[in-house]
Design a protein around this ligand. Sequence first.
Ligand SMILES: [Zn+2]
Length: 254
Amino acid sequence: MHPVRHSTLRVANDKGGVIVWAPAASTDRQVMRFPEQLIDGYRAFLVGRLRHEQDRYLGLAEIGQSPQIMVIGCCDSRVSPEVIFDARPGELFVVRNIGNLVPPYTPDGAQRAVSAALEFAVQALRVKHIVVLGHAQCGGIRAYVEEAAPLSPGDFIGHWMGLIAPAAAEVGPRGDRALGQYLTQLEQTSIVKTLDNLMTFPWITDQVSRGHLALHAAYFGVATGQLSVRDPATGQFVQVAADDHKRLFAQPSF
Ligand SMILES: [Zn+2]
């Protein structure tokens, strides 16, 4: 039996036509090349973190993970929860998506990535905290505000970012507000609405009401490096470790 070789790929498009894709022979080798940057990074990992944490990795491999904290973050490459919180292996259970959003509880049988991750974190790992980590300059939020044109016929971003409509309604029309100020308000309000959506999951509500699980809203300033956490009593985002930040970045160059 001979292996089947696909030199071309035929895919039906939305309009009933057929797209024929054929790899360009001259670029095949380049396309398949694993990024050198990642190999270099892996080498740094070998001499750095792995050397220092090998026992921890071995232990975690044997007994399994038991993180206490779940983080729901944005895909944005500047806002890596493990980097911001200086997390060690096994410490954070992370879900990232555009805009750090959680759709409301919808047990409809559809393949729901965020719900599946929440289910595992809460029902199996029994995490004690869920942190929704929003951030400044969020491209997803900006795309929603600017009603950006779809990047592909499916308009996946547009449909996904529709989840922030309740936050946008609460913030109201931009009016005289500067764009930056308006975006910040929307980014932060969206995080709070995401906490509301988390509470539509019955097993999250149950764990929260028993005092076994706490939900938190946090916001990272990409340019400033400032981290703020929402005070549930006032509803305000308050900078944490402000003294350290001020001492270490007394003369910010950003
Ligand atoms: Zn973002």
